[in-house]
Write a protein that binds this ligand. Sequence first.
Ligand SMILES: NC(=O)c1ccc[n+]([C@@H]2O[C@H](COP(=O)([O-])OP(=O)(O)OC[C@H]3O[C@@H](n4cnc5c(N)ncnc54)[C@H](O)[C@@H]3O)[C@@H](O)[C@H]2O)c1
Length: 312
Amino acid sequence: MIKNIVVVGAGLMGNSIAQVFASNSSLNVILKTRQLKPDRWEPIEQNLDMLVARGVLTREEKLAIIGRIRFETEDAVAYRDADFIVECYPEKMETKQELFANIENYCRDDCILATNTSVMRPTEIFSKCRLRGRCVGTHFWNPGHLIPLVEVVRSDYTDEWVIDVTMELLTSCGKKPVYCKRDVPGFIANRLQHALWREAFWMVENGIADPKTVDDACKYGPGLRWPVMGPMENSDLVGIELTYNIHDYLLKYLADNHEPSKCLKKMLDQGDYGFKTGKGWQEWTSEQKEASANGLKEYLIDYALRQKKSSK
Ligand SMILES: NC(=O)c1ccc[n+]([C@@H]2O[C@H](COP(=O)([O-])OP(=O)(O)OC[C@H]3O[C@@H](n4cnc5c(N)ncnc54)[C@H](O)[C@@H]3O)[C@@H](O)[C@H]2O)c1
């Protein structure tokens, strides 16, 4: 039975993932960091305070979550009793490979090792491990404490029991795990997302619509369906015959470039990095950037509130 969780790396994802596991009252969570910074609780407290302010959590629940998280810097102390270790290190292959090889010096042989890589193949990340059957991909989405989806990704080595235990663990923490049977680059959701982004960028590049119009076409149209109906169900709804006929006519006209869009390259060369520099596909004032980031968070908190009400 899983009891002791270790989250390695207290950055953006590590903090929110530690919070997710600590929301399950039967788990103890260690957040493994290099140093014990005086402000180490700040990101977790900020996330939790926002949830308390909106009534998703009570103050007592917030304190209980914090009470289940402990920061630790020593490898031997952090890993020795762990049942499940998930890394949230920077997205660099060698760094993750070295990390897991080191963790194996300290953890038990039956401890599950998980990577939160965004796109890299877990098969490669775990290739230097001694016991590869216990290794699995768990791709959380940012913000990790608000987006329910976690992709559980099977590597070429992963044992069946590891998938079962990981799916069960994530469900017990209020997540919606989905099982990706093979670790293809991008797993499931990023493949879907970037197929759409490729088409969006192609349309802007070819003068079919401007960037804001493309976003509006998503937000006020198909995007409204997606929280309740994915493409497979939608295809059944409209009918397989219609789906076939649409694809027979349309697919040959869709973007199929295998390199990043020329517009992206041009913006990179010009130093237009999006929110970071105030200009990307469009220009962004500080107020617009704040409204965009807060708008998403508020939407996700509303979603969490609805979930909480419907589970009562
Ligand atoms: N940011 C996202 O939107 C997002 C979403 C899903 C998955 N991911 C993946 O999650 C992982 C972490 O991303 P992030 O955005 O949290 O990165 P981040 O830079 O915010 O955090 C990385 C953390 O690792 C720590 N770290 C680095 N080297 C270390 C070492 N030797 N010892 C201890 N700590 C060390 C850093 O101090 C930092 O706290 C990456 O693999 C990323 O691809 C990110």
